[in-house]
Ligand binder design. Structure first.
Ligand code: NAP
Length: 522
């Protein structure tokens, strides 16, 4: 009946991928279990408490007969976060029946586990396992307190220990990792919630017996639970091992970031033993303090931490220091952290290449930006990267920003001219200029917004927009209509990722692969 041999007495076996079945009818669960198999699950968790009219004998017989995968049977009571609010002895009878009818595992709550385990003593089929679970819906206790809980669970005669907590901060996952990596018995450790995502993703690294992944995004029983597709295809779950290096992107929000897509595909194609995850971080200092081992080898950094993370670094690349923002952090051999800003390299190199295509290479090999008038709209993180990058290449920089004081401050730092955003429409010197939008005007959902009038675009030979959602902004559309060459924000995004990959691995990025992925997932 099964393709997978269940023989996981030791903690060194590969971590299993389990899909919970939450259908309200047996028919729905039968469909779900087929899908779970197609999606690559190793086993399914049959949540009996989700069935509206559960008939123990008939339903279990149908479910087991047709299930293409090994099964965990769970009948979660309301008092432990489930949906069953009936008689306790009937509930436990159903679980015993499930064991007798062929369940591979039963999941029973710590509070009643002692009695349950006593009741099945001497009747347990060979290879049948009892998972004894404890759920904390409020927080994640210290590793020491979780350790005590594990001992209590073991004392009930559990075959497998299951600890589920709630992550209030991403550093809560570290307590789970500490416990699972040191456990001498098979253990499942999950911190629920968005901030707990990595507890499940990284369970193969930290010795977890299994992790949960939902069939569909709208079917997750916990907001921190990945979908099966993401677990296997996005995060390369099957390739994660105890010695896998962990990278990721720190930000808040961060779930929308496409960086894991690019880096994980690149690691896989280059056979690099590393994984790249989403790190939802509230407090950067705490994050770097807790995840300070060489296992956490580096990260990308996005809003709102590009500036705040600077204080946690041991070294900062000189341009990143001037810009005052970092987006790429690498752990050095000595354990310290070095930071870079690859945003400016990504944007400026894309603009330079386009100018070379337009005008040919400069005779002396200098930057095609040298001596050019370069207008930057915006004085935030992206504005700073563009202004410093252009100034470093010898361009004469103008910074225009909604808040004039910020434009002035940045212009002074790069030796440029400042103006308010509203003055740009009347700025028409007698020479062709380059325009770089680094404001968020025109970004999704503001598709109809643009930071500068179409009329004034005729004074620019090249227009760049840092915005990449949407790829084609109103600004770029109108720039093309007025005859300017355009450079997309996606190009900055892809190129800054090339640089990050180089810093992480010391290798060239698979450029074609990055481009194809960005095109496919635009
Ligand atoms: P940021 O630090 O928050 O700066 C936002 C900038 O936009 C500020 O200059 C702000 O002006 C201006 N702004 C915001 N709303 C405005 C409005 N309604 N009217 C006029 N100006 C407005 O953000 P950031 O990190 O620089 O990002 C800016 C844009 O660049 C975003 O769309 C982001 O997605 C994009 N970006 C792209 C890449 C890439 O790889 N392609 C990388 C980084 C950023 P005030 O100073 O007056 O508030």
């Amino acid at each position: 009946m099964y393709e997978l041999e269940i023989n996981r007495a030791g903690v060194s076996s590969p971590t299993l991928h389990c899909t919970p079945l939450m259908g309200t009818t047996v028919e729905k669960m039968l469909l779900e279990m087929k899908k779970a198999k197609e999606f690559g699950a190793d086993l399914v968790e049959i949540r009996l408490d989700c069935l509206t009219n559960f008939n123990p004998f008939l339903d279990l017989e149908t479910l087991f007969k047709q299930c293409p995968l090994p099964t965990i049977v769970t009948y979660r009571p309301v008092w432990e976060g489930g949906q069953y609010d009936g008689d306790e002895s009937k509930r436990q009878n159903s679980l015993r029946l499930a064991m007798e009818m062929g369940a591979d595992y039963v999941d029973i709550e710590l509070e009643v586990a002692h009695d349950f385990n006593n009741s099945i003593c001497g009747t347990k089929p060979e290879n049948f396992r009892v998972i004894v679970s404890s759920h904390n819906f409020h927080n994640t206790p210290s590793a020491e307190a979780i350790g005590n809980l594990v001992a209590r669970i073991q004392a009930t005669g559990a075959d497998i220990v299951k600890i589920v907590t709630t992550a209030l901060d991403i550093t809560d996952c570290a307590s789970i990792f500490q416990i699972t990596s040191r456990s001498q018995v098979p253990i499942i450790g999950i911190a629920m919630g968005e901030r707990g995502l990595i507890s499940g993703l990284l369970s193969p690294k930290f010795g977890g017996y299994l992790t949960y992944a939902a069939l569909e995004a709208d079917g997750v029983s916990d907001p921190g639970q990945p979908t099966a597709k993401d677990l296997l295809d996005l995060y390369n779950f099957r390739l994660i091992r105890p010695d896998t290096k962990v990278y990721g992107i720190i930000g808040k929000p961060v779930g929308h970031s496409k960086s894991p897509l690019m880096f994980n595909a690149a690691f896989k194609s280059g056979v690099i033993n590393a994984v790249y995850v989403h790190f939802l971080v509230d407090d950067v200092e705490k994050f770097f303090d807790v995840y300070s081992s060489p296992d956490f080898a580096g990260c990308s950094c996005t809003i709102p931490h590009k500036e705040a993370a600077i204080k946690c670094m041991d070294d900062i690349d000189s341009i990143a220091k001037k810009i005052g923002a970092i987006n790429n952090i690498v752990r050095k051999q000595d354990g310290g952290l070095t930071a870079f800003n690859t945003d400016y390299i990504g944007a400026i190199s894309a603009i330079e290449d386009e100018l070379r295509d337009l005008n040919g290479a400069t005779p002396d090999g200098s930057s095609p930006l040298e001596g050019k008038l370069f207008v930057v709209l915006g004085a935030g993180g992206a504005g700073k990267s563009l202004a410093y990058g252009a100034a470093q290449k010898g361009a004469r920089v103008v910074v225009a920003n909604r808040t004039f004081e910020r434009a002035k401050e940045l212009a002074d730092k790069v030796g440029g001219q400042a103006m308010s955003l509203y003055e740009v429409d009347n700025f028409h010197p007698e020479e062709e200029m380059i325009l770089a939008n680094a404001t968020s005007v025109g970004m999704k959902p503001g598709y109809d917004d643009t930071p500068i009038s179409k009329e004034s675009l005729k004074h620019y030979c090249l227009v760049f927009d840092a915005i990449y959602t949407p790829k084609e902004t109103r600004l770029l559309r109108e720039a093309q209509e007025t005859g300017a060459v355009v450079v997309y924000g996606t190009e900055m995004l892809i190129r800054q990722a090339f640089e990050q990959y180089k810093n992480f691995t010391g290798l060239q990025a698979p450029e074609e692969l990055f481009r194809k992925l960005m095109e496919k997932h635009a």
